[in-house]
Ligand binder design. Sequence first.
Ligand code: XMP
Length: 493
Amino acid sequence: MYSEIVPHTISAAEVREKNPVGVILSGGPSSVYEPGAPSIDAGIFELGVPTFGICYGFQVMAQALGGEVAHSGLREYGSTPITLSGESVLVDGQPVGQTVWMSHGDQVSRAPEGFDVIASTPSTAVAAFANPERGLYGVQWHPEVKHSEYGQRVLESFLHRAAGIADDWNADNVIADQVQRIRAQVGTGRVICGLSGGVDSAVAAALVHKAVGDQLVAVFVDHGLLRQDERRQVEVDYVAATGIRLVTVDARERFLTALAGVSDPETKRKIIGREFIRTFEAAQAELIAEAADDGDPIRFLVQGTLYPDVVESGGGSGTANIKSHHNVGGLPEDLTFELVEPLRTLFKDEVREIGSELGLPDEIVQRQPFPGPGLGIRIVGEVTEERLELLRHADAIVREELTAAGLDREIWQCPVVLLADVRSVGVQGDGRSYGHPIVLRPVSSEDAMTADWTRLPYDLLARISNRITNEVADVNRVVLDVTSKPPGTIEWE
Ligand code: XMP
């Protein structure tokens, strides 16, 4: 289903303007009593739009509608047994006893008038409530996490049965809709598209190509932060698969010069975002000169921006800026292009589906994600040619071994990170070494918003470690990152 994330500060009038068919109030870490705790416009409950509160959202709803939220001193964290105690479309047909994932200190001590209590736990009398006449529902637990046995069913029941929403947000409809929007935006204008070698820009380009054909020229920027063999893959494989016209710009020197002396991650990201745009502008000028016409100045730039990029770059007010994805928060202010971003409302799994539907081969569509800023954000410290060469070598070993072990589909991606400002003592050959650590960050994920570290087989890790310390000069230690997201992000910078 199509959904948008909006901040809790949105007014009831703004919600009405969006004309939603359902509203979900998310969880959050605050207590409704804390000064400055996020609250919502209670008018949202009067719009007649089915609304579902989760955890903190459930408590906010209870408080706004005249119920009571109390700090009982009893906390529930992790797997918790609940007992269903009432009829509701939310839980119909589910076992009376089931396990859910809880994470709360406060609890609803009294449901608002007109609400039926439909579940409880030994320490939480009101663990879920429903007011079917008003279309208002809430649960104290987290149905969105896998550990809640019937969580997905609860969400589906709310969406399908309480809100009456159909599953019509599928690849076919999205493609048809986007093709129409792209044509309306671009008209007969010329468009350039940044291709990075990754899935997102490939699918965005294919979608725009479907909409406007040869009005599109793809530009591949070799920023010097690529992995081994990546340039060839784009120049040969991608062109063969799509037939889109491709121009490569060698901008290695430009990016490395701009990054010289910089080690702060956000500064690096902003520099890379800016240099990408400057490179596209230079390519634009060349393409115009080459066409030797006084026609269209190529006003449009396609980007493969996804919804998580927008959210994590602080794209909705009220959301935190976790990191400036190079194509959103990293864009320069004096951008002369009008952006075309057909994937801006989508998550990665949806983008892959659309890519397949558009006929792109699996080698492109199932490729593991690789960030636009490339190895630039996998060197913790200053980016130099020498360090890039070292990291490229270690990364190639890791990729080769993971592929040989048949794990490419199982892991989401495995960033290989060079801690360039860290050295540790080792013994290599018969002598002392003082080299850098390489970090392996294999993760499993569905949409990159959350992730877990992948449990790779020990013998595979041993092989990778041996090879890197033997084959890559100046590296004497390989370490494994065993942090989920949150709290760690997938990339180190
Ligand atoms: P994080 O590190 O935010 O990464 O957990 C989530 C996913 O996004 C990728 N990533 C980026 N992709 N430009 C991109 O094109 C960026 O600036 C960027 N930063 C992170 C990362 O590889 C992971 O798949």
